[in-house]
Design a binder for this molecule. Structure first.
Ligand code: ZN
Ligand code: ZN
Length: 303
């Protein structure tokens, strides 16, 4: 895993947390990691964060003072595994010169302010928002609307099927398209036509693969999907590469490696995301494979 910065100029993605529901640690989680969702998208030099799971801590530690003064944080939704890292986003939250703007699209236009206020409050957390040194601003929108960030960067959004709703995001930069689709549960019939249209032709789609098709019947209605449904959607929508996230906390490295091999037999450009993995959207990659059977993949590069 590299500490090199994202390549300049293109559309890139770094996975700071790929585990779903609860963080995990221990010898079974060394390869894929145990932090909950946090993604860093870079459009050229412009950084946007998606979700503030526990992976946000390592994002803050990695960039430290190199973080932009204005940090944009898009929430997929506000379940605990997607917001719990925000109080620990150091040093950003302790920097009086830094502004963090959050965007929330699953609350009928309301922002995340009231929810985040409840998170930064005793007895859950000792420090309240009014004494946090950074400036926190909160913006609400309705999933389905395009969101325009302060510098004009436009991000398209789509409502996703999940308890209390969730938001899918689409970035376009330098002729490349990246879609982040998590958390969601697939619907019947599948693929959902609106979702297929939203992700159509993406160079990379990040997708919620918490369960396998075999596990899913016991977990129906919990708001998550399977890698098999991700592959179906990708193939139907002409998506060129697929990254699976929101990994089940009980899925060990060995389980995930076996799952990835099975998935790549159906879609060679699909992979299960590793924490800290960096991908340049649209470039050729040679993925690291634990079994030593490395072979080139098209369309995304792991740095
Ligand atoms: Zn989640
Ligand atoms: Zn959720």
């Amino acid at each position: 895993m590299s500490k090199h910065p994202a390549p300049r100029g293109g559309l890139a993605l770094r996975f700071w947390g790929v585990r779903g529901s609860t963080p995990v640690s221990g010898p079974d989680y060394l390869e894929f990691g145990g932090s909950t969702p946090c993604l860093e998208v870079t459009c050229g030099d412009r950084m946007v964060l998606i979700d503030a799971g526990t992976g946000l801590f390592n994002c803050g530690q990695h960039h430290r003072d190199a973080l932009p003064k204005q940090v944009d944080l898009l929430f997929s939704h506000l379940h605990l595994d997607h917001v719990g890292g925000l109080p620990f986003f150091k040093p950003a939250v302790f920097d009086p010169e830094r502004t963090i703007t959050t965007y929330c699209g699953n609350l009928d236009g309301a922002s995340a302010e009231a929810t985040i206020d409840r998170l930064f409050a005793p007895p859950i957390f000792p420090v309240t928002l009014d004494v946090i040194p950074c400036t926190l601003r909160h913006r609400g929108f309705r999933a389905g609307e395009s969101v325009t960030l302060d510098d004009g960067l436009r991000v398209d959004t789509l409502p996703l099927h999940h308890p209390q709703g969730s938001v899918g995001y689409r970035f376009e930069h330098g002729g490349r398209r990246l879609c982040v689709i998590s958390d969601l549960e697939h619907t019947d019939p599948w693929p959902d036509p609106k979702l297929a249209e939203f992700v159509a032709g993406a160079d990379l789609m990040v997708y919620d693969g918490m369960f396998t098709d075999c596990e899913y019947p016991r977990c129906k209605g919990w708001g998550h999907s399977t890698w098999q449904k991700g592959v179906e959607l990708a193939k139907a929508a002409g998506v060129k590469a697929l990254a699976i996230i929101h990994l089940h906390p009980a899925h060990s490295d060995a389980t995930l490696r076996a799952m990835e091999a099975e998935m790549q037999a159906e879609m060679p450009t699909a992979f299960i995301a590793r924490e800290r993995q960096q991908v340049e959207v649209g470039s050729e990659i040679r993925p690291r494979r634990a079994e030593g059977r490395a072979r080139p993949l098209k369309l995304a590069r792991i740095a």
